[in-house]
Design a binder for this molecule. Sequence first.
Ligand SMILES: Nc1nc2c(c(=O)[nH]1)N[C@H]1C(S)=C(S)[C@@H](COP(=O)(O)O)O[C@H]1N2
Ligand SMILES: [Mo]
Length: 383
Amino acid sequence: MSVSVNTTRRELLALIVAASAAANGQEITIPGKRPLIVHNDRPEDLETPASYFSSWITPNDAFFVRQHLPRPSVQEASHRVALDGRVGKQLQLSTADLRKLPQYTVAATLECTGNGRGFYRPAVPGVQWMRGAIGNAEWTGPRLSDVLKLAGADLNAAYVTTNGADTGVAKTPDFIRSMPMKKALHPATILALQMNHEPIPELHGFPVRLIVPGWDGTSWVKWVTNLTVANEPNTGFFMNPGYRFPKHAVAPGTPVNPADLEVIEGMPVKSLIASVSDQQRIPLAPARLRGIAWAGEQRIRQVEVSCDSGRTWNDAQLGREDLPFAWRLWEYQWTPPKEGYYTILSRATDSAGNIQPVVATWNPSGYLYNAIDQVGVIVEKGA
Ligand SMILES: Nc1nc2c(c(=O)[nH]1)N[C@H]1C(S)=C(S)[C@@H](COP(=O)(O)O)O[C@H]1N2
Ligand SMILES: [Mo]
């Protein structure tokens, strides 16, 4: 009896420790993952430390995780993707059916709409993501357009609505998203069965998830169960008022009337310094600074780096992998002139001429944070 009471107490203590670790955003390990920054452990909200962004592909076990609801456990053999609404014939597709269609591999960057929310001042409620709710992977599966054609879908309908196997719990409603038919028919929009050439891990939507290249992660529905063709978008919380952005900039901290919000479709230009972390000590020697840059549906045109708090800027060299929808690596050779503290900044420009701002546009839900990235380093002879 006393043993079980003690065990219970110990377990309770462990849970409290885990909960406070989660609350503090500390790095702890979740099965199938390297140590990641845990914002929530049930359901999992896991952030990738920026030091992992040194390779063009983010390995599956280092990839960030975001879910609003308890993760469903899906059995592949019985799993079906139902097609209904404005279709010629309703279908129930197994993953074997999806595999019979031509398979495409698309490299695409997945970024949470709320990545960087933790930087907004005044602070806004929600997961306090800092820099790592992003990753780049190769996704493989049939085109959504081929799946829609299989069901004789009305391709002139306005929207495709996607639901996943997770269901609403307590105050959180079911996660359902709609996208315009134009994006649904884009050849890079696929129903992925594989992530980096492996079956999609459970945390990332096994056995099938939607890939919407260039658009924010919210559209990338996991554990897909339903595709509905309609002339109206879904009206649930995650379409309205969720995941909307003010049409006009507002003073930080001001509430915004729902009528003044519009649907978010895509991510703005942004870059990140990955090879050094904030307050790191580095030796007084030539340094190769490295990072990533991405631009939603645009391409990266230029990345500039400043090692003197933004007084002077120089071009970084862009990496050789240069594909639409996938991030671009960059590199910058820097020789610190002497010992001391340096603020290093990175700033990207996209193919439409958009440049990262000094201050991101504050909004009540903390979406689309894309201010110039900044890291402070201490240069020391002995470091
Ligand atoms: N079914 C379902 N799909 C979902 C979500 C969800 O809660 N349920 N979260 C979305 C959000 S907000 C993001 S940022 C991405 C995160 O994908 P990841 O966990 O594979 O990194 O999944 C999206 N797809
Ligand atoms: Mo997200």
